[in-house]
Design a protein around this ligand. Structure first.
Ligand code: CA
Length: 233
């Protein structure tokens, strides 16, 4: 047994594969919970705390893709690796578009899967330098995702749930230029029936609260493209 490395939710309805994953991952030092059904997985996701989710696409109850979509509505941080069938290019593409961190095609070599898991967990740690999975920091801004507290230059900022999700998304993707479509999909989800103006409206709301006149702006407009969070220093 290796030292403890984190908790993994394994969502896989093929008992044999699920069992192998459990054995191998536990041997590597991960704590594993197996579920075999999409709805059961959603419940486990909501009630547990996971460092990573291994998600089969073809599931009874709720498909892996639909499950991923629901997870990513409010949670863009927990790494998700999809287990896909070799033939399904479509699943891979929509999975990555929906915010899966990676995918692996069945049948797979366990060593490759372990390497992908390590990579996904490393990225998560890099994004959260304090190794406190709920705290995001950038410049003089900090966001506690658990308590939903936002503090800029020592002052608390009150945000609505949607404004909060938007700010978290910008923060996680700091220094990356994000298009309105990207922001819309990540924060509002694919089923949002409206136009991308809503992004501009909410950016304006968040800026008004965040980028006060006496502070350097953190949210910048990239003309013709979208928005980027960066400090100008
Ligand atoms: Ca399956």
């Amino acid at each position: 047994m290796s030292t403890y490395k984190g908790t993994i939710l394994v969502v896989e309805d093929e008992e044999k594969i699920a069992r192998v994953l459990e054995l191998e991952l536990e041997y590597e030092g991960y704590s594993v919970t197996k579920v075999i059904d999409g709805l059961e997985a959603l419940e486990a996701y909501r009630t547990g705390s996971w460092d990573l989710i291994l998600l089969d696409v073809m599931l009874p109850g709720l498909s892996g893709i639909e499950l991923l979509r629901r997870i990513r509505k409010n949670d863009i941080l927990t790494p998700v690796i999809l287990l896909t069938a070799k033939s399904s290019v479509e699943d891979k593409v929509s999975g990555l578009d929906l915010g899966a961190n990676d995918y692996i095609t069945k049948p797979f070599q366990i060593e490759e899967l372990l390497a992908r898991i390590r990579a996904a967990l490393r990225i998560k740690i890099v994004e959260q330098p304090h190794n406190d999975s709920d705290l995001l920091r950038f410049a003089d801004l900090s966001i506690d995702q658990k308590s939903r507290e936002v503090i800029r230059a020592g002052e608390p900022i009150e945000l609505t749930p949607r404004e909060f999700d938007l700010l978290v998304y910008l923060m996680v993707h700091k220094r990356q230029v994000l298009s309105r479509d990207q922001i819309l999909e990540a924060v509002w989800g694919y089923d949002f029936l409206g136009d991308t103006n809503v992004v501009d409206v909410y950016i304006r709301y968040v800026r008004k609260k965040l980028d006060l006149p006496h502070l350097p702006a953190l949210i910048h407009t990239v003309r013709g493209v979208g928005y980027v969070m960066k400090d100008t220093k």
